[in-house]
Design a protein around this ligand. Structure first.
Ligand code: COA
Length: 385
């Protein structure tokens, strides 16, 4: 199971992350634009319901504030696939027109861009890849798999399937793909995390309207022997955990039409108990990572970088301190959520993509995800070159 253990027994089967890829949407929404939009909606709602509010039968909606958003989360902006209708107080949802079955779907389109970036960085062609995993929080449709659509667009002769472990989709996919490579079921695997979080975000909800952004990331895994890219990382070990929780939930699904009374309700979008998530997930993640490091006989003090899930700056600061037993040095736990917001499964991979090239060969780091489920994924990596 563990690379180090396999190595120790002399059966060297080392899997490497050869490269990563990133697609960043063209539009960005600042906190100012976001809060202005929500506050326009709030003013209009309160105006239209003035009588009920005056009679005490309805609570007025409360406005949002830029100061709160940045202070509570660390988020300053987010990228989105579509901006105009998302910010229109009369719509407040992205407008992404339906496409014909002959056109590439939007999720496959952004996945493809990230995948092409990763292929190029790894000096690989479609012919070198055997499998595609599309691993993300929100899949556009049940079938055919987005992964098979991407596989077709790239011209890969092999297999593909979709998987969803919410914010931990990427790390869970890394373990799945690494295991397939070790088992010789694939030579190289492409993992892609297309996250159009703007589609599941309730832009009218003051408590959560600032949380998410859109992006796509890709990760190319292969045998170390086949790896010819610069800045590749050997996977030293992977460890996953899930514990059921209702504190982050989305009840959207194919059975919604069987219960029409629930269609359009808030629980068909992202909902969470943010405070509870914060309190429960921080110890769960830090204990889990420390246990993983212990199993691999790696001192946490030897970690040179923490590429953490990007949901909340305070959560990351606390997890960083708990794992390292001290304040992380500047740059040790890179932050991208200020610019990208929470991009679900892609967050830790964006951080890895942007802040992996400056480490020295032999340096050890942690890619770590956490989120709905609850789920935690810990991937310990060592820089190869
Ligand atoms: N603008 C202004 N004030 C706001 C606001 C907004 N948009 N949203 C909430 N508030 C107010 C609340 O009404 C509350 O006021 P009160 O103290 O007078 O009651 C106060 O701010 C604190 O609200 P709360 O919801 O408790 O905020 P918080 O400090 O817990 O921060 C999160 C909210 C979501 C940023 C934080 O809980 C979090 O990030 N949790 C982890 C979430 C996470 O990682 N989820 C995983 C998702 S995949």
């Amino acid at each position: 199971m563990k690379e180090a253990a396999i190595h120790g027994r002399g059966h060297i089967s080392v899997v490497a992350i050869s490269s990563t890829g990133l697609f960043t949407p063209a539009y960005s929404i600042s906190n100012k634009e976001l809060v202005t939009s929500l506050n326009r909606y709030v003013a209009k709602f309160n105006d239209e319901h003035a009588d009920e509010i005056a009679s005490g039968t309805l609570d007025p909606l409360l406005p949002s504030s830029e100061e709160f958003v940045e202070k509570a989360s660390g988020i300053k902006s987010r990228y989105v696939i579509e901006k105009e209708r998302t910010l229109d107080p009369d719509v407040m949802a992205p407008h992404i027109p339906e496409r014909s079955n002959e056109q590439i779907s939007i999720l496959a389109e952004i996945a493809l861009k990230a995948a092409q970036d990763a292929l190029q960085a790894a000096n690989k062609q479609a012919v070198d890849i055997d499998g595609v995993l599309v691993a993300c929080s929100n899949l556009q449709r049940p079938y055919p798999a987005i992964a098979i659509e991407v596989q077709d667009a790239l011209g890969i002769d092999g297999f593909g399937f979709d998987m969803n472990v919410a914010c931990s989709s990427a790390t869970f996919a890394i373990q799945a793909a690494a295991d397939m490579i070790r088992a010789k079921n694939a030579r190289a695997m492409l993992i892609i995390n297309p996250e159009i979080c703007s589609g599941h975000l309730n832009w009218r909800d003051r408590d959560s309207h600032f949380i998410f952004g859109d992006v796509a990331t890709a990760i190319l895994l292969e045998h170390e022997d086949a790896c010819t890219s610069k800045n590749a990382y050997q996977i030293l070990g992977t460890k996953l955990k899930t514990v059921f929780s209702n504190n982050i939930r989305n009840n959207f699904g194919f059975l919604n039409r069987a219960a029409p009374e629930g269609i359009g309700k808030d629980d068909k979008l992202f909902i969470q108990q943010g405070r509870k998530v914060f309190k429960e997930v921080v110890p769960m993640v830090s204990d889990f990572v420390l246990q993983h490091l212990d199993e691999l006989k790696i001192e946490s003090g030897n970690l040179k970088r923490l590429w953490l899930h990007q949901a909340n700056i305070h959560m990351n600061e606390l997890i960083g301190r708990k794992i390292l037993g001290k304040e992380p040095e500047p740059g040790m736990a890179p932050v991208i959520l200020d610019e990208y917001a929470n991009t679900s499964s892609a967050g830790s991979i964006i951080a890895f993509h942007k802040y992996k090239d400056d480490l020295e060969p032999g340096d050890i780091g942690l890619i770590c995800s956490f989120g709905a489920g609850y789920s935690v994924g810990s991937i310990i990596v060592k820089k190869l070159n």
